[in-house]
Design a protein around this ligand. Sequence first.
Ligand code: PLP
Ligand SMILES: N[C@H](C=O)CCC(=O)O
Length: 431
Amino acid sequence: MTKVNTSLFTESKNYIPGGVNSPVRAFTGVNGDPLFISKADKAYLYDADGKRYVDFVGSWGPAILGHNHSEVAQAVKQAVDNGLSFGAPTAIELEMAAYLCQEIPNLEMVRMVSSGTEATMSAIRLARGYTGRDKIIKFAGCYHGHSDSLLVNAGSGALTQGTPSSAGVTKGAAQDTLVATYNDLASVEQLFVNNPEQIACVIVEPVAGNMNCVPPVEGFLTGLRALCDKYGAVLIFDEVMTGFRVAFKGSQEVFNVNADLITLGKIIGGGMPVGAFGGKKEIMQHIAPLGPVYQAGTLSGNPISMTAGLTTLKLLNKAENYQQLTQSVDYLTQGLVSLAQKYDLPFTVNKVGGMFGIFFSQQPVTNLETAQQADINLFKKFHALMLEQGVYLAPSAFEASFMSLAHTTADLDFVLAAAEQAFITLSKEDK
Ligand SMILES: Cc1ncc(COP(=O)(O)O)c(C=O)c1O
Ligand SMILES: N[C@H](C=O)CCC(=O)O
């Protein structure tokens, strides 16, 4: 790390646990030290020492237009002039809700919250209140935020830190969380059979992005739909990451499957804190003040977040944007695969729309077990070599990468040239 970065990190550790406000930022997953970011623009991050990086983290997903998009920034500046927060209904939150319901399949009503964690926690409470059942099914390696009952075999930072099932979660909170294997319908059906009429919902990342990027195999999501119908459970698609990322209308469109409840976050806040959950009216009417399932939030529907989010969504809403994202992902990942072959390195990629994952693995990665079988040490070395050359990848082998509309072919060629240098170094070390 360079001078200013080093002193900021040293100082931060005195006041903030681990020097960071979210564990995955700490770079422990790559045995490094975090960069302190001073500004971001288009496809680039600039660290505290002024060094530029081509960024594939995109604030963990939201920056799909690229950083600091001028129209979003302008709209936010105007909204700020009217006040930051009112704790009362606004026209902009109505506009956001109506827009989401118009664009996202099966979203008839939606409640805004302030994070993805709140969205999934509330959706689960709602599913429990609606069905009168206690147990839920999640998948090993999927991450749905940090509420107690979901920090069981979780992905993302929890997995990276080696604490997929967090300390501090009581047995009571965890006992109703049943864990199945991603892409394995038999493991789900077994849980339904073993817990008759007790399972309120299945919650799934339709494309897993918190054990790196792991798409659903053919029939997995439709199979979940069928199992939920058969056993009377609610199907929750956690689209906090995949919403507006894999396609404008999300995973339901890509995989042609209907969910009962959908959670959103990240992109719908355009870089501001946000989350949302919604779905069929019949279920959503159980939420307070209409129904008995309580859910609330001081800053929910915050006008600045709504403005940033809605402006982002309207700019995104063009088929050619998703063609561009897919083409950019294809260009980069095909280039990486060819280079890895050239230097005889084990390498595989997964991708859907604007998200992708790279693995130092010879076998396809379809679940947590195969993601963990990839060569994590090789990834750590690759990460360091890329960072040195000005490419910012997620500091963990268990995080998906994100393309933005601001990444140019020149940026991607720069990244491929850096990757070639990194692969040359890695292949020499390998021998
Ligand atoms: C799929 C998924 N669900 C939920 C969350 C939680 O969102 P947040 O970090 O905004 O609480 C995240 C990311 O953190 C996520 O990737
Ligand atoms: N993978 C997480 C969200 O998608 C990363 C964000 C965080 O935990 O800080």
